[in-house]
Each structure stands twice: as C-alpha cells, then as structure tokens.
Design a protein around this ligand. Structure first.
Ligand code: RET
Length: 306
C-alpha cells in the first residue's frame, strides 16, 4: 500500500515530463505570417461555420450566462428563507453564479470576436477561440459546489473538514489534469488520452466521496413530510449525470470531429453549466429550506404551502 502511494506521484511526474515536451514545442511554433490563420490547439478553430451553426453557438452561450445571472438573483433573494446554519449553501451558489456569469460572458465574446463573416460563412479571424477559460472557472466552482453538500447535510465540524479537503483536492486535480490534456485535443492524441484518463481517476474518486457522504448522512435528514433522504440520494444521481456531460464534451474532438460536433460541444457545455450549477443550487436550497422548516425556523415555515 505504501509502495502504491509512492507510485502515484511518480506516475504523475512521468506523465508531466512526457507530455510537457510536445507542449513546449507547441509554444515554440513558428510565428504567424501576414494573412495566415491562427489554428492553434483548439478543436473549434479547425472549422468554417455556416451562419446557422455560428448563431446557434452564440445564442446558446447567451442562455448560459443569462441563466447564471437569473440564478444569482434567485439565491440572493431567497437567502433569508433558510436557517442561518444552512445559509452558506445559498451564498456558495451565489459565488458560483457570479464567477460562471463572468466566464460564460467572456466565452461568448471570445466566440463572436474569433470568427468573422466573409463569403457567406464564418471563419477564424485574428484571435483564437479557447475553452481553457472554462477550466479556470471550474477551479472556483467545483470546490464550491461540493462544499455546498457539506453545508446542507449539516455534518459535524471534524467530518466537514475531512470531506471538504477531499473534495477540494480531488476536484482541483481532476480539473487541472484535464486542463493539460485539452491542449492536445487536435495536435497529439496520446497525451490527450493519458491526461483525460488521469483526470477520470480523480473524477471517480470525487464521485465516490460524494456517494459515501450522502450514503452515511442522508438517513439523518427528516423523513416527514418531504422525504429529504430520498431527495438527497437523488442529488447524487443528478451530480453523476450532469457532471458526466463535461468529459463527453472533452471527447468531442474524437467522437464527432466536424463543425456540427463543435457546435454540439458548446451546447453540451451549456446544458451541463445550467444543470450542474443553477438547477443543482435550486435543489439544494429546497432541501435547506425544508430542513429549516423541520427545525422550526420561522421564515422558512412562513414560505410553506398550506
Ligand atoms: C475533464 C477532463 C476529461 C476527464 C474528466 C473531466 C471532468 C470534468 C468535470 C467537470 C465538472 C465541472 C463542473 C463545473 C461546474 O461549475 C476535466 C473534462 C472526467 C466532471 C461541475
């Protein structure tokens, strides 16, 4: 076991060195000549889009950031409906909403400025599109989303710190190893697969810890009248399904390497962003409000339907 523990950093380091070499050569690529198009390392930049395809992405991206803005208003406006001990969950949702709003707005602008309309189609202009911004946003949002579970389940401090640490470390390693992998999506599929696989190991670990936390503690939630243990178990499956859309989007360059594949990838990201951040937050705020009613918190009771 101790030997196995040592193997992990050694394996990671070897992968880093192995894949670092092509990354350096990418960075040293020849400078662009006048009139040349910057194709770079990003799947979306390889294609020419019809106005229909270009507009679908542009429109769907507006849905993405508008939903985060709407979510921000919802979480702030309903903050006082939950007891103070669960309130941090809504605050964390609001943090997720603001950072996602900024990032998705930036991606939207990036998409519209990267492709220029000429001869009836949209082609890459002087700037390049990149999904890398998404990974930076996840670095904030994934730890926040996971910490919300710890808050809503109301577990003891020692346990909360232990789960919180596993979530933050596991989540960040999942994102950052995937971030390295996505640089190779069109240039070198070996490191793309290797880093994707390493990231998946951390993803499975995070899911395992989420499942363990919910399994151990959901039974303590009030059963009457709203069956909160069942609602909390639903949250696990909801996380599993909505989070898994992200690795599918990661794989798009191998699954569907066409302009429609690139359009679908942005649609998938948007579905994942709305469900895993906004809808997830709404479900947790519902559970927090029901728990607040159960402990006799007046403002929560006042919101109950008769
Ligand atoms: C990557 C790389 C390929 C392998 C796996 C991935 C998982 C990504 C996930 C992202 C979740 C993001 C969320 C963001 C919310 O703000 C990194 C794409 C498994 C699960 C929930």
């Amino acid at each position: 076991m101790r030997f196995a523990k040592k193997l992990v950093p050694i394996a990671l380091l070897s992968c880093l060195i192995l894949t670092g070499i092509p990354l350096i050569s990418l960075a040293q690529a020849d400078p662009l000549q006048p009139g040349e198009v910057a194709v770079g390392t990003v799947f979306e930049n390889l294609f020419i889009y019809t106005p229909l395809q270009h507009d679908i992405v542009s429109h769907v991206l507006t849905l993405g950031f508008a939903a985060q803005a709407a979510g921000l208003v919802y979480f702030l406006a309903t903050l006082n409906n939950v007891a103070p001990r669960f309130r941090l969950s809504s605050v964390l949702s609001a943090v997720v909403m603001s950072s996602a709003f900024l990032e998705l707005f930036q991606i939207f602008q990036n998409w519209n400025s990267s492709f220029v309309f000429s001869d009836g189609v949209y082609q890459l202009g002087q700037t390049a599109f990149s999904n890398g911004y998404r990974y930076m946003n996840w670095s904030i949002d994934v730890p926040m989303l996971l910490l919300q579970l710890v808050v809503v389940l109301g577990i003891a401090r020692k346990q909360a710190v232990s789960y919180g640490t596993q979530f933050i470390i596991g989540g960040l390693l999942m994102i950052w190893t995937g971030y390295i992998g996505q640089f190779y999506e069109v240039t070198n599929l070996a490191p793309f697969w290797i880093w994707g696989a390493i990231s998946t190991v951390f993803y499975v670990y995070v899911l395992f810890v989420v499942g363990q936390l919910i399994n151990r503690t959901a039974g303590d939630l009030p059963r009457d009248p709203d069956n909160l243990p069942k609602a909390m178990r639903f949250v696990f499956w909801f996380v599993l399904v909505t989070w898994t859309i992200y690795p599918i989007a990661y794989l798009m360059p191998v699954l569907w390497p066409t302009a429609w594949g690139a359009v679908t990838r942005q649609v998938l990201y948007t579905i994942a962003d709305i469900t895993s951040k906004v809808i997830y937050g709404v479900i947790l705020s519902y559970i927090a409000r029901k728990q607040s009613q159960a402990i006799g918190y007046e403002a929560a009771i006042a919101t109950a339907r008769r």
